[in-house]
Write a protein that binds this ligand. Structure first.
Ligand code: AP5
Ligand code: MG
Length: 190
């Protein structure tokens, strides 16, 4: 089982690069944002709870999010070959829970690909996407809140994974192709 965490601020390209990584390495993609948006679209109870956080740019509480992730892993046996985790973990608590979940499967996070992009470009990308995405959080006010949450709650995870020797920094600007080539080069050296 080869497990990749793709890490970075909102708009850093996690979803875009995940698509490339999946087609290259055949990993199973779990985007917690996509999982939650699917529930919102279906109008489920979980979707209603998720929407109340997402539209404010806040994180879904850890306990609930960890429970959701564990259910997704259990429901998808193909995840046993390896997963690209996109948008999870987002807190130290989630990272510790992921470590336990993977240990139960005699696996671990093999690498954390950290996409680094300047704030100005993140905002520009998300505003542009907001013209077509229909996402309730792609507006300037909520983008600023998401970036604030990222700096306070998610960025500390970088140090957590640096200490574990798993964090690999990737310049997240330039063409999608060039960024993907840097990721491939990093993975090939593992
Ligand atoms: P989530 O869906 O994970 O959103 P996010 O982290 O805010 O990131 P985005 O999906 O907006 O950006 P991305 O990094 O995937 O970039 P993308 O490839 O799309 O989470 C949404 C919400 O769900 C959270 O705020 C929270 O409420 C909740 N949530 C989710 N997971 C959670 C968790 N674990 N715990 C608690 N709550 C959770 O690219 C962005 C744009 O840029 C696109 O238009 C793309 O085409 C463009 N682009 C990409 N690469 C380039 C490039 N190289 N040059 C120019 N443009 C580019
Ligand atoms: Mg995304």
């Amino acid at each position: 089982m080869f497990n990749v965490v793709i890490f970075g601020a909102p708009g850093s390209g996690k979803g875009t690069q995940s698509e490339r990584i999946i087609s290259e390495y055949g990993l199973f993609h779990i985007s917690t944002g996509d999982v939650l948006r699917e529930q919102i679209a279906k109008g489920t109870e979980l979707g209603k709870i998720a929407d109340s956080y997402i539209s404010k740019g806040q994180l879904i509480p850890d306990e609930l999010m960890i429970d959701i992730l564990s259910q997704v892993l259990d429901a998808n046996p193909q995840a046993g070959k390896g997963v690209i985790f996109d948008g999870f973990p987002r807190t130290i608590e989630q990272a510790k829970a992921l470590k336990k979940m993977l240990a139960l499967r005699e696996a671990e996070v093999d690498v954390v690909v950290g996409l680094e992009v300047e704030e100005e470009e993140l905002i520009e990308r998300l505003l542009k996407r907001g013209q077509v995405s229909g996402r309730s959080d792609d507006n300037l006010d909520t983008i600023k809140k998401r970036l604030h949450v990222y700096h306070n709650q998610t960025k500390p995870l970088k140090d957590y994974y640096v200490k574990e020797g798993k964090y690999k920094q990737i310049k997240g600007t330039g063409t999608v192709e060039n960024i993907f080539n840097s990721i491939k080069e990093t993975i090939s050296k593992l």
